[in-house]
Design a protein around this ligand. Structure first.
Ligand code: CP
Length: 313
């Protein structure tokens, strides 16, 4: 229960798991951002919020930010975490892994190759499962990203976020999250590298409800026009390294350099989920520019994930 000096009551999410960005309602999403700011303002007030609770971190892929911010978030909220790296379900069926874990821990945070893995864990586990990145989504990243934009610009409604690059898991989560919050979203990508059509259709439905605009274009300049935030990600995600040469050729015109960044608003911020490959999707000058907020995003992983854990556990 929140202490008296905390300015916000902790409300629990309706969903039992966070597998995609859509598992939180619009109201819960807005509330999570408020809670994250409060947790950031007064971290000590939440120091016992997860006392007596344990969370398993299962990572099939490498991580710096996600692993450390979840471990720190859990520790700073008074809980315990255990970490397990490697294929989930390699030695035994996923349904058995899930039913072992839920006898020991109060929650599971999983970074996986396939979305089906988190779905299967959630299906068989009695405790909440949080998707810490899969091939389709990166919901925890999107939470930190919209928190970062809100800190910079205030009210999110009517702002424009331009994602330049691959229509990948990070783009999917940003698209779904941004339009629900009333942000206009444009994806500038090469032909053949657009978002998953099903995710795009979901985002179109959400944007129709919120009144946000949503556009996928192969014209980067068009995507950048009027943008408050310019976002990019690596051209070959984890597991796509063998496609690197083909992707480099296709994405080269979409590099966020001073010229491309200059097509956005003069006060636009540069964003990247990290790790970045300087000289590929972004130049060193843009990464290091005063308008780069990439390390604010990294910091906000901690605050946003604390808020998410408070709502889920
Ligand atoms: N942005 C992100 O998820 O970073 P890691 O891969 O280091 O966790």
């Amino acid at each position: 229960m929140a202490a008296a000096s905390v300015r916000i009551q902790i409300l629990k999410a309706n969903a039992s798991d966070i597998l995609t960005d859509l598992d939180l309602s619009n109201d819960e999403l807005s509330y999570l951002l408020d809670l994250a700011l409060e947790v950031k303002r007064a971290p000590r007030e939440f120091a016992q919020s997860l006392a007596g609770k344990s969370i398993a971190l299962l990572f099939e892929k490498p991580s710096l930010r996600t692993r450390l911010t979840f471990e720190l978030a859990i520790k700073q909220l008074g809980g315990d975490s255990v970490f397990c790296e490697g294929p989930i379900g390699g030695r035994e069926p996923l349904k058995d892994v899930a039913r072992n874990l839920d006898r020991w821990v109060n929650g599971i945070v999983a970074r996986v190759f396939s979305h089906a893995t988190v779905e299967e864990l959630a299906r068989w586990s009695a405790v909440p499962v949080v998707n810490a990145l899969c091939d389709g989504y990166h919901p925890c990243q999107a939470l930190a990203d919209v928190l970062t934009i809100r800190q910079r610009f205030g009210d999110l409604r009517g702002l424009k976020l331009a994602f330049i690059g691959d229509g990948n898991n990070v783009a999917h989560s940003l698209m779904l999250t941004a339009v629900r919050l009333g942000m206009n979203f444009a994806l500038g990508c090469p032909e053949g590298f657009g978002p998953n059509p099903e995710v795009l259709a979901q985002a179109e439905g959400l944007s129709a409800t919120s009144g946000a605009s949503l556009e996928v274009t192969h014209n980067a300049a068009r995507a950048l026009d009027g943008a408050h935030a310019v976002y990019t990600d690596v051209w070959a995600s984890m597991g796509q390294e063998q496609e690197s040469a083909r992707r480099t050729a296709a994405f080269r015109p979409y590099q966020v350099n001073a010229g491309l960044f200059g097509l956005a608003r003069p006060d636009a911020v540069f964003m990247h989920c990290l790790p970045a490959r300087r000289g590929e999707e972004v130049t060193d000058a843009v990464m290091e520019s005063p308008r780069s907020v990439v390390f604010d995003q990294a910091e906000n992983r901690l605050h946003a994930q604390k808020a998410l854990l408070l709502m889920m556990l």
